[in-house]
Each structure stands twice: as structure tokens, then as C-alpha cells.
Design a protein around this ligand. Sequence first.
Ligand SMILES: Nc1ncnc2c1ncn2[C@@H]1O[C@H](COP(=O)(O)OP(=O)(O)OP(=O)(O)O)[C@@H](O)[C@H]1O
Length: 253
Amino acid sequence: MKQKHIEIRDLTMAYGDRVIQQDLNFTIDGGDIFIIMGGSGCGKSTLMKHMIGLLTPAKGEVLFNDQAMWSCNEQQRQAMTQKFGVTYQSGALISSMTLEENIALPLETYTNLTHKDIRDLISLKLTLVGLEGYEKYYPSEISGGMAKRAALARAIALDPEVLFFDEPSAGLDPISARLLDDLILQLRDSLGATVVMVTHELASIFAIGTNSVFLDPETKTMIAQGDPNELLANCDDHRVQMFLRRGDLKESN
Ligand SMILES: Nc1ncnc2c1ncn2[C@@H]1O[C@H](COP(=O)(O)OP(=O)(O)OP(=O)(O)O)[C@@H](O)[C@H]1O
């Protein structure tokens, strides 16, 4: 049976006086591949930053396993965020470091593992993302798709409970994007993790998304939530249908 893993409760997000989204309420179950959707500038990345502890809510709470992230102390919040693996749209890897050094960073910072255990774990993580033997390569020496997989290897270094991705397949050709989707599914299953993703890639949304929220920039709140395939079939909101059908509503009625 599915269990609630993450809860967004009455969340309002703002930069100074400028409210970006308000009254957000939704839950994410353990094992979900949750998609944050909506048009450009509606606040998707801002929402993700609130979920990973980078931005403080103007109002409301983010809860993990029923533990509130913003009404606890800094130390407790850090303990929570250590259970997250995050990859960003750009600059995920440090260019002056080899893949091995990049992946070693979280392991050296947050664990007391020996040098040898760290090397072994790095090899294991690289193998998991299909980059066995690439330890000594620099990010500039591998393709864009490989760099995204290497960033994933770093994000899973500490066996996270939740994996966050901001536009994971941006800039990838359709086949590499599809392979990345498969990898995300595989990692979700092998880690037993929950996945939260910001993406506009409809193919990915329908292929791997199990749950979602749709943010609207005009009303500044969520206007739909649920399985993206069910939203496509049943949601009667014009804005959601426009998005999910790439502006082509001919087939929706
Ligand atoms: N650090 C910041 N300070 C002030 N305003 C910001 C900041 N970051 C983002 N914004 C504004 O907040 C709004 C939401 O931005 P955000 O990046 O979250 O949107 P998004 O939905 O992820 O956009 P996109 O799909 O284009 O990446 C935008 O109007 C943006 O200009």
C-alpha cells in the first residue's frame, strides 16, 4: 500500500513582496514519480527549492515523513536534507574535478567512510548509471547525456530517500532522454526512493510520471493534481489540456 512521504501544506512562496504561488496543498506518496508542471515562470523551480530546504516559505510547511521542515531547528533540517539527492538543470558537476572527485564530494563531506570504501562506492554508483570505468574523466570529456548520468551518480551517492531533478532531460536528444527516463525508473526501484521532477518534456511526463501538480502563473496557485495520464483523459481545465496537448486541443473532445 502507498504511504504518504511528502506533504505540502498551505504553502505560499514569495520573493520579497512578490508572491509567486499561494495556497499549495498536495501530498506525494513513497515511490511516486512526481512531476511539477506549468508554463514558463510559474514557479516550478521555486517550489523545488522550497522542498529541498533552499528557500523559506512565506507561509505554510513542507513535511517529510510527517516531520515539518520549517518549524524545526537548523540541525534537524540539515538531517532531513541529507536524505535528498538533487540534480540541477545546469552546472550539476564541478568542471575542474574528475567524475570520481565529483562523486566523492558528498561522501567525504557527510560520511566517515575510508578512502577505499569511498572508491568502491564511486565505482558502484558509476556502474549503476552506466558509466563504469569513467572515474578519471573530466565533465568536459564526456557527452551531455553522460554528464547528466554522472550528476545522477553524485545525487545517489548517499542513497537518498528522495531524488529531486530540475529539467533532467533538457538538451538531450529524444533517445538519450528516453534512456534517462528508464534510468530514473531503475534508480527509483533500486533505491526505493521517491522522485520529484520539474520537467516540460511531455514524453517523460506521460512515460514515467505517476503523480503531478500543475501550477498556474495567472491565478498563482495549483489548478490540477494527479496522475498525468489521468489528467490528460479526465481534467476539464482548458489550461491543463492546452499544456498536456502542446496547444493542440483538437483531440481533447
Ligand atoms: N532569486 C529570485 N529573486 C526574485 N525573483 C525570482 C528569483 N528566482 C525566480 N524568480 C521569479 O520567480 C518566478 C518563478 O521562477 P521559477 O524559476 O521558479 O519559474 P519556473 O516555472 O521554474 O520557470 P521556467 O519553466 O522558465 O524554468 C519568475 O517570475 C522569476 O522571475
